[in-house]
Ligand binder design. Structure first.
Ligand code: FNR
Length: 213
């Protein structure tokens, strides 16, 4: 089975530097044999999380759709912009809604648990959004995701791409693709004991040696 990677950017901006970087990391994933699915959080139009809203109406349909997308994928590739030393409210809000329990998912964490995640970030600043990665890592680990050590932070990102959205610097390009490739390698070799995704959603594996792919 082909390893499926869900690609999410924490910025919905039309010319997002992080979205450009994500697309290059995703190329690395497909070159490694994975299948990348791109979503834009803007398309989901989630309300800001509010417990009263949840009590009154349950989870918004868009949150259920995001949970289902996660269920259909083996791993998560995230590009995170840095806002004031953290990651974006857009991404946090999506993760907060996605972590809420449902009848099918009483812990709320079923779709996250035991899956691999990898991070890239881009910023015009000198640190390339690295601080947002650190903060995001903590939150993703809390959700049960296993964040792999391969990551890339693109500094001076406003000067880093050419007009076709390609990275000018071959080393940056290689390192970014390497993150996607490493994620596919990790996700495809993870053996049972972790939750496994399938076309019809998440299930617990039974054989201790069966690989995801
Ligand atoms: C920023 N930016 C920023 N950059 C950074 O390196 N460290 C930071 O703490 C912040 N803080 C910050 C706060 C807010 C509210 C905004 C809007 C921006 C700059 C940010 O990295 C830059 O706008 C990126 O281009 C955003 O990513 P996208 O949209 O290009 O993917």
């Amino acid at each position: 089975m082909q390893t499926k990677i869900l690609c999410v950017c924490g910025s919905s901006r039309r010319d997002s530097l992080n979205q450009k970087l994500l697309e290059i990391a995703a190329l690395g994933a497909t070159q490694q044999g994975g299948a990348a699915t791109h979503i834009r959080l803007r398309d989901f139009q989630l309300p800001i999380y509010d417990g009263d809203l949840e009590t009154a109406h349950g989870l918004p349909q868009q949150a259920l759709e995001l949970k289902e997308l996660l269920a259909q994928n083996h791993a998560l590739l995230i590009a995170t912009p840095e806002y004031n030393g953290g990651y974006s409210g857009l991404l946090k809000n999506a993760l907060d809604w996605m972590s809420r329990p449902t009848q099918r998912d009483p812990s709320g964490l079923r779709e996250f648990s035991g899956k691999f995640a990898a991070l890239v970030s881009a910023s015009p600043g000198a640190l390339g959004g690295m601080r947002s990665q650190i903060v995001l890592q903590v939150a993703l680990s809390k959700l049960g995701l296993l964040v792999i050590p391969h990551a890339f932070a693109l500094s001076h990102a406003h000067q880093a791409f050419d007009e076709w959205g390609q990275l000018r610097d071959p080393t940056s390009d290689q390192l970014t693709r390497g993150v996607g490739a490493a994620l596919v390698k990790r996700a495809s070799t993870s053996t049972n004991g972790f939750r496994q995704a399938s076309d019809d959603g998440i299930h617990l594996g039974e054989s201790p040696t069966r690989a995801v792919n």
